[in-house]
Design a protein around this ligand. Structure first.
Ligand code: SAM
Length: 266
């Protein structure tokens, strides 16, 4: 039976067989791999991925599609279907506490929170391959000083190497989305590019610094650090957050952590 695409679940199904083949090719699934697919939908990518012999955990929110997937993959011992909201799932448990690979043509309405959620399991993740809005891939891969550089770029690059792979036009989907899409590869770092002692403080600094990106650090971080403390920590209070890279942001979070420790001892 024909499935009517549900907008609220961000359903844009891949229909271009050339694009599907290219995605499967860059993922290059192998027997023995554990693949979690977020939003398999009508199984456009799932089928060829499962044919590789890789073990697959399908995570789908739409009950109607879950029922179809269960039927479709009933004969596959290596495929399990899980009904749930990817934003609430524990990927480590879904993978049976084994190292896994994450794939998905993500629902664009929740792609950013989904990436943040996925990053929580980066230590157990071998790699991630996602189809996203091109604009989101540009943000993931941005460098300091670019307009696209911000919280998403920083939190992602702290954990992963980001490689944009190829662009996909709206016509590859049904219904066609309004925006261009891109496929991106994220590979968690074995060794992080900078040492962050306290990830919560780092996140707080990044959030605060980029909440008003046109302001200088002196102004945007005013409630956390004063200018003399920044200067003493080797940070220029007159700089704009959008020009600061991971190393400088990590330095700011170290200064703030030290200040908090010092205040506790007073
Ligand atoms: N993978 C299919 C394809 O490429 O044709 C479908 C991709 S479609 C862009 C996004 C899929 O994610 C849909 O099947 C949708 O139902 C599912 N989805 C949406 N929100 C979800 C969520 N929170 N958790 C799990 N799946 C979700």
């Amino acid at each position: 039976m024909h499935h009517r695409a549900r907008k609220r679940f961000g359903q844009n199904f891949l229909v271009d067989s050339g694009v599907i083949a290219r995605i499967v090719d860059v993922i290059s699934p192998q027997p023995g791999d554990v693949l979690i697919e977020i939003g398999p939908g009508q199984a456009a990518m799932t089928r060829p991925l499962a044919e590789s012999g890789a073990e697959m955990v399908l995570l789908e929110i739409d009950r109607d599609l879950v029922a179809r997937l269960r039927e479709q993959f009933a004969g596959y011992a290596s495929v399990s279907v899980h009904e749930g909201d990817a934003l609430r799932e524990n990927f480590d448990e879904l993978a049976g506490h084994r190292r896994f690979r994450l794939v998905g043509n993500l629902p664009y309405n929740i792609s950013t929170p989904l990436i943040f959620h996925a990053l929580r399991w980066s230590a157990q993740t071998r790699d991630m391959h996602f189809m996203l809005q091109q604009e989101v891939v540009n943000r993931l891969a941005a460098s300091p000083g670019c307009k696209a550089w911000g919280r998403l770029s920083i939190m992602c690059q702290l954990r992963c190497a980001v490689t944009p792979l190829f662009d996909v036009p709206p016509g590859a989907f049904s219904p066609a989305p309004k925006v261009n899409s891109s496929v991106v590869r994220l590979v968690p770092h074995a060794n992080p590019p900078v040492e962050v002692d306290d990830p919560e403080i780092f996140e707080q600094v990044v959030r605060q610094a980029f909440s008003q990106r046109r302001k200088t650090l002196r102004n945007s971080l005013r409630s956390l650090l004063d200018a003399p403390t920044m200067e003493a920590g080797g940070i220029d209070p007159g700089a704009r957050p959008e020009t600061r890279g991971l190393v400088e942001l990590a330095a700011m979070s170290r200064v703030l952590a030290e200040q908090k420790r010092w205040l506790r001892t007073q």
